[in-house]
Design a protein. Structure first.
Length: 360
């Protein structure tokens, strides 16, 4: 086989590189490889640091509990295993796995547990999914379930059996009840669900906390409503914060810093700067300037909000002990195979439910 002979121009280029390498060597420097310039090295290091930050903030995905009917749920181990609580309390955080919906899954994949009456899904399928959830939590598919028409408020209602039979649910973002035999439910697909129970008086509450509801103190006010309506004392309360979008993925506009600082002395502590790495947005930022929704910022680096910690702090301010607050973990955006995520799916997402109730 005949070997190729370098052309005069290739020889000249090779000699230039050797000459530059010799100059670097005389100066005590090492010239970086041609394929990885200094700028590329800095970018690579930044990408690795960013990935490490996201991994640190996101954490690992929680392992679901699989009920007798196959529904995948998250439950608080301390609540499920402690006899003084489990003998009277129902609770669970749904995932997207194991249901009859086909609106949000790829062809050939198993059905999913969409629990929201969304425009993309069949209403009868969703109703059947809700019965599956009720059965998974209470062992009875016929257990009444009270849902809400959520609108990012701090409105909390006192739920009764009559609410379970309503064709059109009441508008609110929180519900409390002392009525045995029914489940109160919060729907989420990135926002934070918070469940609260009074161990002594057997009262329960469920609250939906997006950033708007969090700024309006939905959880703190909800606990206050439990005290007002039922005489609940903070030292008797236990709480669970369910899966939602984590600080790793929740980029927001800088204007939210002042929103939170105006309401909470610790407001600034809830934010952290994280570099976003969407290459299209970085290269063509002007294409996205008109698409920034209020409270959201798609262009990095950006400030990221920790909604889970924000609601944990509200529970502490409401008087709960730190040891009485459980966090299930799991970023809905990072772990979109396990959870529905409005952000990860660009708005095409089903809804999960967080439910709590008093055994009849």
């Amino acid at each position: 086989m005949k070997r190729s002979v370098p052309s005069p121009s290739e020889k000249t280029e090779k000699n230039k590189r050797q000459s530059k390498n010799e100059l670097f060597g005389k100066a005590g420097l090492v010239r970086p490889p041609r394929k990885l310039r200094l700028g590329a090295t800095v970018r690579l290091r930044a990408m690795r640091e960013e990935a490490a930050i996201r991994e640190e903030l996101a954490g690992v995905a929680p392992t679901p509990f699989i009920s007798a009917n196959g529904v995948n749920l998250l439950q608080v181990a301390a609540w499920r295993n402690r006899e003084t609580v489990s003998k009277w309390l129902w609770h669970g955080f749904s995932t997207r796995r194991s249901g009859g919906s086909r609106a949000y899954c790829a062809e050939g994949e198993p059905g999913e547990l969409n629990l929201g009456f969304t425009a993309s899904d069949d209403r009868d399928t969703v109703a059947q999914n809700r019965r599956l959830l009720a059965e998974a939590v209470t062992d009875d598919a016929g257990t009444p379930l009270v849902a809400l028409r959520q609108f990012h408020s701090n409105l909390v209602i006192v739920a009764s059996g009559a609410d379970a039979g309503r064709e059109r649910p009441r508008k609110a973002d929180g519900a409390i009840t002392a009525v045995p035999g029914l489940l109160i439910a919060i729907q989420t697909a990135d926002c934070i669900p918070v469940l609260v129970a009074d161990k002594r008086r057997r009262v329960v509450g469920a609250f939906h906390a997006g950033w708007r509801g969090t700024v309006k103190r939905i959880v703190e006010l909800g606990v206050g409503r439990m005290r007002l309506e039922f005489g609940s004392l903070p030292e008797d309360l236990i709480a669970a914060i369910g899966p939602g979008v984590g600080q790793c993925c929740y980029a927001v506009g800088e204007e939210l810093i002042s929103e939170f600082e105006s309401q909470f002395g610790y407001g600034r502590e809830l934010f952290r700067e994280v570099s976003d790495s969407d290459p299209v947005r970085k290269r063509y930022p002007l294409l996205f300037l008109a698409q920034r929704a209020p409270g959201h910022s798609p262009i990095g680096p950006a400030v990221h909000l920790d909604l889970i910690e924000a609601n944990r702090r509200q529970l502490l301010d409401a008087g709960l002990k730190a040891s009485a607050i459980s966090v299930t973990g799991g970023c809905t955006s990072c772990h979109s195979d396990l959870f529905f995520s409005h952000r990860a799916s660009q708005g095409h997402a089903g809804r999960m439910m967080s439910v709590i109730g008093i055994r009849s």
